[in-house]
Write a protein that binds this ligand. Structure first.
Ligand SMILES: CC(C)(COP(=O)(O)OP(=O)(O)OC[C@H]1O[C@@H](n2cnc3c(N)ncnc32)[C@H](O)[C@@H]1OP(=O)(O)O)[C@@H](O)C(=O)NCCC(=O)NCCS
Length: 139
């Protein structure tokens, strides 16, 4: 069954508490604080999208563009409303924005153990690439 009556729109700082709640209930590994979110929307405000159901945020995807590739970060949908097309509506809207900006690639980092997200991204038109992620952390 598809959820009716929600719309995809750009994130506004006034949504922060609701978005933080979605990240919390989705166990997003490194939830962003208010300061990081403020910094994020100084860069690509149009790529940070929420699903809004009658004024309530029920899903989020934080898009980013590093100048070469666009990325899907910190995505999640209210666990009560999964499987009804909200997540794919968010990612498809992000794909459209990325295309409109002339950015040729949209990537997502998915943990090898996260089979659900792998299936989800494949349903949204992504394919698997044989990369591994290397990370440096500020000491
Ligand atoms: C992944 C997630 C965003 C999907 O959201 P959703 O609203 O349930 O997704 P949709 O209903 O739009 O599903 C679209 C398609 O994705 C696929 N899909 C969704 N959930 C899936 C799952 N658990 N396993 C396999 N495929 C799945 C299906 O093919 C589905 O198509 P269908 O509706 O025709 O069956 C949601 O499950 C979620 O929030 N998971 C936790 C996210 C997370 O860990 N985020 C941290 C990353 S930083």
């Amino acid at each position: 069954m598809r959820l009716k009556g929600f719309r995809i729109r750009q994130f506004a700082m006034a949504d922060y508490n609701q978005v933080a709640h979605i990240w919390d209930v989705c166990n997003v590994p490194s939830p962003e604080g208010r300061r990081e979110v403020q910094r994020r929307i100084e860069r690509d405000p149009d790529l940070f999208l929420v699903a809004d159901l009658n004024g309530t945020v029920v899903g989020v995807v934080m898009g980013a563009w590093d100048g070469r590739r666009a990325w899907c970060h910190n995505y999640g949908v209210d666990p009560q409303l999964r499987g009804q097309g909200v997540g794919s509506a968010l990612v498809l809207a992000l794909e459209k924005k990325v295309e409109e900006k002339g950015i040729p690639r949209l990537n997502a980092m998915v943990r090898k153990s996260d089979i659900a997200s792998e299936g989800f991204y494949q349903a949204c038109g992504f394919h698997k690439e044989d990369w591994q992620i290397m990370e440096w952390n500020s000491p």
